[in-house]
Design a binder for this molecule. Structure first.
Ligand code: C2E
Ligand code: MG
Ligand code: MG
Ligand code: MG
Length: 279
């Protein structure tokens, strides 16, 4: 009894734990305010077609700079929003912004560009998600194949009926599905038998090593070959150097994104990049 109490006390007064808890609840609070004020921005990172050397897509990435907290990385606030379900309204806002921005791009004649949007498991589990997407498509008259939704291997591994059904329905609508961070985590490729996807995005940890690690280079080459064999598109993430680019050319990788081409930028800036690449 005494031991137990002592243990609890230790947990309670652990300064690291306490600090983390305070930051989390502050983020939670500020995040609600930020969404209300539409203070969350959506940036876009260009996706380049390696053969045409042309900007063909853009990944939507959430950006939040809070007055009190400063810049909070998406990995941090997204996972906090996932915990309490706030990812549903937040995710809808990001999704909607990305779709409207794509619409604007297409209205300006840049109809060869698609948008790629990250999804959380929570969103796929929510019953309102499909009708939300359907409504946006009707509202914007965008063709669904211009929309790619990125899910992680963990989501793809989910055996929940709701998740599998939702992915299937999205595919049936004509929306494309990508596996994000492919090869990271502890999953197996077995799920590729059960859900049909369109694109594999090779995790950046592979690309970072293709020049320095022969084994990783071979593995990456094999992933690209696998994708082609399965007639999937492949996007390399984390392309930072011209050596990475050369490697991807030599392995016939379809598409790439990374700081070498451009970091994620505000919408106005990506429009300029599309226009520049257009001429
Ligand atoms: P992700 O989906 O894998 O996005 C790619 C991340 O890699 C982005 O980090 C991007 O800025 C970064 N990146 C791009 N090129 C390079 C490069 O050449 N080198 C390096 N070192 N990094 C590069 P970011 O924006 O910090 O996002 C981190 C993660 O947060 C994303 O990883 C994604 O899982 C999540 N995330 C961001 N926005 C959203 C969102 O709107 N919804 C959801 N559910 N998740 C999001
Ligand atoms: Mg992504
Ligand atoms: Mg992601
Ligand atoms: Mg990724």
């Amino acid at each position: 009894e005494a031991k137990k109490k002592g243990k609890n006390q230790w947990a309670m007064y652990d300064p690291m734990f306490e600090q983390e808890r305070i930051r989390k609840s502050l983020i939670r609070q500020r995040l609600h305010v930020a969404l209300e004020q539409r203070a969350i921005a959506v940036y876009y990172q260009p996706i380049i077609d390696m053969e045409k050397n042309q900007l063909v897509g853009m990944e939507a990435l959430a950006r939040w700079k809070d007055e009190e907290l400063g810049f909070v990385p998406p990995n941090e606030f997204i996972s906090i929003a996932e915990e309490d379900g706030f990812i549903i309204p937040l995710g809808e806002y990001i999704f909607q912004t990305a779709i409207f921005d794509l619409k604007r791009l297409h209205e300006q004649g840049m109809t060869h560009v698609y948008v790629s949007i990250n999804l959380s498991l929570r969103q796929l589990k929510s019953e309102q998600f499909l009708s939300f997407v359907q409504q946006l498509l009707e509202q914007t008259c965008l063709q669904p194949h211009y929309i790619e939704l990125e899910i992680t291997e963990n989501i793809a591994l989910s055996d929940e009926k709701q998740v599998i059904e939702t992915i299937r329905a999205l595919k049936q609508m004509g929306i494309r599905i990508a596996i994000d961070d492919f090869g990271s985590g502890y999953s197996s490729i077995a799920y590729l038998r059960h859900i049909s996807v369109d694109t594999l995005k090779i995790d950046k940890s592979f690309i970072f090593e293709v020049i320095t690690n022969e084994h990783t280079a071979k593995l990456t080459e094999a992933i690209i070959a696998l994708a082609h064999q399965l007639q999937l598109h492949i996007v390399a993430e984390g392309v930072e150097t011209d050596q990475h680019v050369s490697f991807l050319h030599s392995t016939h990788c379809d598409k790439a994104q990374g700081y070498f081409f451009s970091p994620p930028v505000p919408f106005e800036k990506v429009v300029k990049q599309v226009q520049a690449a257009h001429i």
